[in-house]
Design a protein around this ligand. Structure first.
Ligand SMILES: Cc1cc2nc3c(=O)[nH]c(=O)nc-3n(C[C@H](O)[C@H](O)[C@H](O)COP(=O)(O)O)c2cc1C
Length: 400
């Protein structure tokens, strides 16, 4: 998901340094090139060797290092970074940057960079609440620097209050958000999610195991990146994200089809993450079927219309993405679906795996394109959503 992105992590001399090791590791696993700059004081807490081993990159500390290692270190690092993350950000570094001081490699790199800078302040609560610090924080925020608010809790020094370094996953999510901010602004996207239900009688129905988590994650990721998102959803227990253009609740496959068809011409892209039922009962009863009245019920099913196939016929320039949850012949089934439904690509996952499937928070998918396939590692559904949106973004650029 972060493939092709360079993230420079500025590590300062705070007790939470060891937590930044975890952040660096997670960002690297997500495909980013992670380069670390440590202040001299940070190296009092953790050895540069730790970050070097985790990131697979030399750690930079010295502005005046030999040119064969870094051309002009601060300029190189400033220019190649897509984002600078300062974690932990000390009282000292925030004060220095707010005052325009550039007296070491980290502060000079930040001064020379046009990349977004995200600070993760972590310190004793009195330091955090100190009006000098708060005033520095405010003036940096006004200049567009970003801050991840520390957590409130027990601190290493024994006091309680604000100043705790947040959980690594939260830092990673904020980094992703800052990196992909609003790159989909203006794009109109329709996402379908969840299962559908087909009634047998007013109290009985057939459905499937889809939870809607994947589609809702796609909607959330797209919203964070500035898209105008319409979410058409079957019955789920997942909270819809804030900021949707439209949230349309449906029950049956036919309803989902009608709501999608009504809106599809207005969209730039459609992601069909829903698992609508392929069949419905030929007949549904108006009244509850009493068990005393029927010893046996033969449930005859008839095929529902295929939503994707239908909208694929009038695809135009619209980007169409489908999902294929399979238990066997994953790629060959996905390829058939891709061609039959005129899709741009398909997100294929083997739902028999440990890390993939309807109720899981992770997914292990293969992106299947007409001419290539890309196998992805196990990703959270939100991370996978960003990868899908990256591919849509690339296709949009090709169309334009
Ligand atoms: C054991 C120890 C723990 C410290 N923890 C923090 C901390 O969590 N946050 C902070 O802002 N400063 C902390 N400091 C103070 C900084 O190390 C000090 O302000 C230093 O000048 C920061 O340098 P730097 O910003 O260049 O890395 C700590 C100092 C010591 C000795």
């Amino acid at each position: 998901m972060l493939t092709g992105k360079t993230i420079v992590i500025g590590v300062c001399g705070g007790i939470a340094v060891y937590k930044t090791v975890e952040v660096a590791s997670r960002l690297k696993k997500m495909g980013a090139r992670v380069k670390v700059i440590m202040t001299q004081n940070a190296a009092e807490f953790v050895s540069p060797l730790t970050f070097q081993t985790i990131t697979g990159q030399k750690v930079a500390m010295d502005m005046f290092q030999q040119p064969e290692e870094w051309n002009i270190a601060h300029i190189d690092l400033a220019e190649e970074s897509d984002l600078i993350l300062v974690a932990p950000a000390t009282y000292n570094i925030i004060g220095k940057i707010a005052s325009g001081i550039a007296d070491d490699l980290l502060t000079t790199t930040i001064a020379a960079s046009r990349a977004p800078v995200v600070f993760v302040p972590a310190m004793n609560s009195n330091m955090y609440n100190n009006p000098v610090f708060q005033s520095n924080l405010k003036s940096l925020q006004e200049l567009g620097y970003e801050f991840i608010e520390p957590e409130v809790g027990e601190l290493a020094c024994g006091t309680k209050g604000p100043g705790r370094f947040p959980h690594a996953q939260r830092v990673v999510e904020e980094v992703v958000r800052a990196l992909y901010r609003k790159d989909l602004a203006g794009m109109r996207l329709l996402v379908t999610a969840g299962p559908t239900r087909e009634e047998i009688d007013p109290v009985r129905m057939i459905t499937n195991a889809s939870t809607g988590k994947m589609g809702y994650a796609v909607a959330l990721a797209a919203l964070r990146r500035g898209a105008q998102v319409t979410l058409v959803s079957g019955p789920t227990h997942v909270e819809p994200p804030q900021g949707l253009q439209e949230f349309v609740k449906v029950e049956s496959t036919q309803e989902m089809l009608e709501e999608v068809v009504k809106r599809c011409k207005k969209q730039d892209a459609i992601i069909k993450a829903a698992a609508p039922l392929d069949y419905r009962p030929v007949q549904s009863f108006d009244q509850k079927v009493k068990k005393e009245s029927q010893k046996e019920i033969n449930l005859e099913l008839v095929r529902n219309a295929d939503i994707l196939e239908l909208i694929g016929k009038e695809k135009g320039d619209r980007i169409l993405v489908g999902f294929a949850a399979e238990t066997q012949n994953l790629i060959s089934n996905a390829k058939k679906k891709l061609a039959r439904k005129h899709l741009d690509f398909i997100v294929a996952n083997d739902i028999t795996g440990e890390e993939a499937g309807f109720e899981k928070d992770t997914n292990k998918a293969i992106l299947v394109f007409p001419e290539r396939e890309e196998k992805l590692p196990v990703l959270s559904k939100l991370e996978l959503s960003h990868r899908i949106l990256d591919e849509i973004q690339k296709l949009r650029r090709e169309i334009k």
